[in-house]
Structures are given as C-alpha cells and as structure tokens.
Design a protein around this ligand. Structure first.
Ligand code: RNT
Ligand code: ZN
Length: 423
C-alpha cells in the first residue's frame, strides 16, 4: 500500500460514516456496482469505420467529426486499444461489435454472406479478456444503403439483401453467446427515412415490419442471443421522416417480444429517456439503452456526468431495473484521444450508477409517501455534494484500476508508445 492508497482509504472511511448517518451502506453499494456490466462500443475506437473496406463511415445519417491522430486501422490495433480502455474501468464489462468489424483475411465478403467464422477471432479475444460480446448488423456504409433505405427499400432485391444480412448477424451473435456463455444483444438500427416532405409514411413501415418478421422468423435460444430494435426521431438526411420511429418499434417490440433500444439522442432535444424506462418495462421484459450525449442534436458526444446521465442511473437503481436493462454506450468523438473518449464515457456511466446506489432510497420514498416534498427536495439537493468521489476512488483502488486522473497518465503513455506510431 502506498501513501496515496492510504489517503483513499481514509477518505473512504470518512465518506462511509457520512453516508451511514443517512442509513446508506457504502460497502453494500460497492458490492452491487461490481455486478453491473457496461457494453463498450467498438466504434468509438475508429470513428465507425470498420474493417470491411477502406471507405470508412458513409451515409446512414450519422457522422463522426474530428481527426485526432492514432485511430485503430485494423483489428489488432482496435483490440489493443480496447484492452487499454478496459484496463482503466473498474468491474467486468462487455464489448459491442458491429458487423463491419469482421476479419475477412483480405478476401472481401458480402454482408449477406458473413459467418460466425469471421468473428471467431473476436470470440477468442473476448474469452481471453473475460468480456461478453454484443452485436449489431451494419445497415449503413454500403452501396446498397446509399440511397438511404435498407430494410424498407422499395426494391425487393435490396430488401432481401439486408434481410439476409440481419439473419446472418443473428447467427453470428448466437455463436458468440453460446461460446462465451452469456447472451449477445443484437441490436438492429437502420437509417431508413426521407429528407423532405413524405407522402407515403405507411408503405415503408409496412415493408420494415415485413422485413423484420423475416429476420426474426427463426427462433434463437435467448441464452445465446437477444434481439433489440432501436428507434430514432431523425438523422442527417432523414429529418422529416424516419421509418423506424419510436412508436413503430415500441409496437414491434411489444408485439414480438423484442428488446426496445432507447438511445438518449434519438428523441426530441428536451425529451429524456430516463422517464421512459419505468413505462416500457411494465410491458417488456428487457430493454437496451444506448447511452449517449446529444448537444443540440443527436451529436453522439462522449457521455459525461450530466443531469440526463444522473437521471438514467437513478431510475435504473431506484426502480431496481438493472437486471432487465442492458446498458450500451453509443458515442463517437474523433476530435479527442479515442481511448480517453471510451474511458471518460464508461467511467462516467459506472460512477453515476454507483452514486445512484448511494442514495437513501428508503428514506426518500418514505418522504414521498408522507407527502413531505420539502424534505425530499432538500435531501436530494444535499446529496449532490455528498462525498461520493471518495467512494468511487475507493472502488477504483480495490478493483486495481487507476484512481482519479491517474488513468490519463497511462493513456498518454500509451498514446506516446503506440498511437503516435500509426500515422
Ligand atoms: C445511430 C444509432 C446507432 C449507431 C450505431 C453505430 O443513430 O444510434 O446505434 O450509433 O449503430
Ligand atoms: Zn444508438
């Protein structure tokens, strides 16, 4: 133990007694937070480029901006970067792959022909890293998605291609889940929509429903794969009309027992996903979250400790929803060190959940039941300056990951030794 550790322990002991005065068991919270897995999205590592071709992110109404040096150029580099980021996170987590991150040995393979073998390297890596895997078919950055439509395309052949891609992806995900022993959540997000005034809003939605039914026709053991569908309000180039809207997928998920994916950036700018959780979980067994931070629009900024993030974390803990909610991160910032981006976002998410676990929930509930809203507000406000940082530092220390900003020193070192050699 060095002197820094001593300081962290001392601060924890004092925080522990402050929280104990409120009836909060900090040791219990530390046990609870260890059980929570966050799915770290591969696409922050290379600006959603993937390794299928040299083209990188095209179309799909999403955009990574910035040209910070050192992005991962191949599978080996991405794995190495992800290992670095994972080593800076307390707890056991997951890794979330898109289909374009396959290993094709230099032989191009069409998306409707991809197989579990193209991801065996990732499965072996995940086992080695002791992380679960999640998966996403990639319905963008492809000539057959260039006009902005995929599963709801007017052309039957194009629809068929994307349906087959979806089917192939579920098989891959099931194999990941089977080998790893933890189900992969396979999330379908498609960019389909119109830029401007739309006459037929119904037709594409009928086609999308039909395509999804075909993708999901074959039942897969939920011990291996869980299907999620992600709604959206608008995208770049689909400002007026998005086929897979909230109501569309809410209905689809309910009718077909799928997981609904709620992305924090996919609603009206003042609308938050935290308040949706308790409603949709009345009717759905499980959901997926894409935790993101939109600045003025669905900008996919790195997640930080905002009011929105706090509200999401509080809702998950207060509602005891953690066993039914899969937490995925979804942001891509190419203007800063990408390992730092992962780390800042993932640590913010984990820390916020820990903070939520430090609430005197029983006491707050009691105040609410008694109609004492004055005390409820007063206590909630007081909690905002309670010493949760000391509990977080102690958690990091006991999980043997860097305390405080020490992770940045390691990230800079890695940048110097590894990333800087990539140009
Ligand atoms: C796009 C969706 C989707 C993507 C990833 C890369 O608006 O949020 O989840 O970000 O599939
Ligand atoms: Zn998303």
């Amino acid at each position: 133990m060095n002197s820094d550790d001593g300081n962290v322990e001392q601060a924890y002991a004092s925080a522990k007694s402050r929280y104990a005065e409120l009836g909060v068991d900090t040791d219990g919270a530390l046990k609870k937070i260890q059980q929570v897995a966050i799915s770290l999205h591969c696409w922050q590592g290379d600006d959603v480029g993937g390794f299928e071709s040299a083209a990188g992110l095209t179309g799909g109404g999403i955009m990574a901006t910035g040209n910070y040096p050192g992005k991962a150029r191949n599978v080996e580099e991405l794995r190495s970067d992800a290992e670095m980021a994972l080593s800076l996170l307390p707890g056991h987590h997951r890794f979330n792959l898109h289909a374009i991150y396959l290993e094709n040995d230099g032989k191009p393979v069409e998306r409707d022909k991809i197989e579990p073998g193209h991801f065996q390297g990732w499965i072996d890596w995940a086992k080695d890293q002791d992380v679960g895997l999640d998966f996403n078919p990639t319905f963008f950055s492809h000539p057959k998605a260039a006009d902005g439509f995929t599963l709801s395309h007017r052309d039957e052949g194009i629809r068929r291609f994307w349906i087959d891609h979806g089917i192939a992806c579920r098989k891959i995900a099931a194999e990941m889940g089977r080998q790893i022993g933890s189900p992969a959540v396979t999330n379908v997000w498609i960019p389909d929509g119109f830029k401007d005034v739309t006459i037929d809003r119904k037709g594409p939605r009928e086609l999308l429903r039909e395509s999804l039914d075909k993708i999901y026709a074959e039942p897969i053991d939920p011990a291996h794969n869980l299907d999620a569908v992600e709604c959206k309000l608008f995208g770049i180039g689909s400002e007026t009309y998005v086929v897979g809207s909230h109501e569309f997928y809410m209905g689809y998920a309910l009718a077909n027992k799928k997981l609904l994916c709620l992305d924090a950036g996919h609603f009206h700018p003042t609308e938050t996903i935290s308040d949706k959780i308790s409603s949709v979980l009345l009717y759905l067994d499980e959901i997926l979250l894409h935790v993101s931070r939109g600045i003025r629009w669905d900008s996919d900024h790195v997640v930080t400790a905002t009011d929105d993030l706090r509200a999401i974390a509080e809702e998950l803990v207060r509602g005891e929803f953690l066993g039914r909610v899969h937490i995925g991160l979804d942001f891509f910032d190419a203007s800063i060190n990408r390992i730092a981006a992962w780390t800042i976002g993932a640590r913010a998410m984990i820390r916020q959940l820990l903070v939520a676990m430090l609430e005197p929930i029983k006491r707050l509930r009691q105040m609410e039941v008694e109609g004492d809203y004055t005390s409820r507000l007063a206590l909630l406000e007081e909690l905002k300056t309670y010493p949760f940082g000391a509990v977080w530092d102690y958690y990091c220390m006991t999980q043997e990951v860097p305390v405080g900003l020490d992770w940045m020193a390691q990230t800079r070192q890695y940048e110097k030794e590894v990333l800087s050699g990539r140009e």
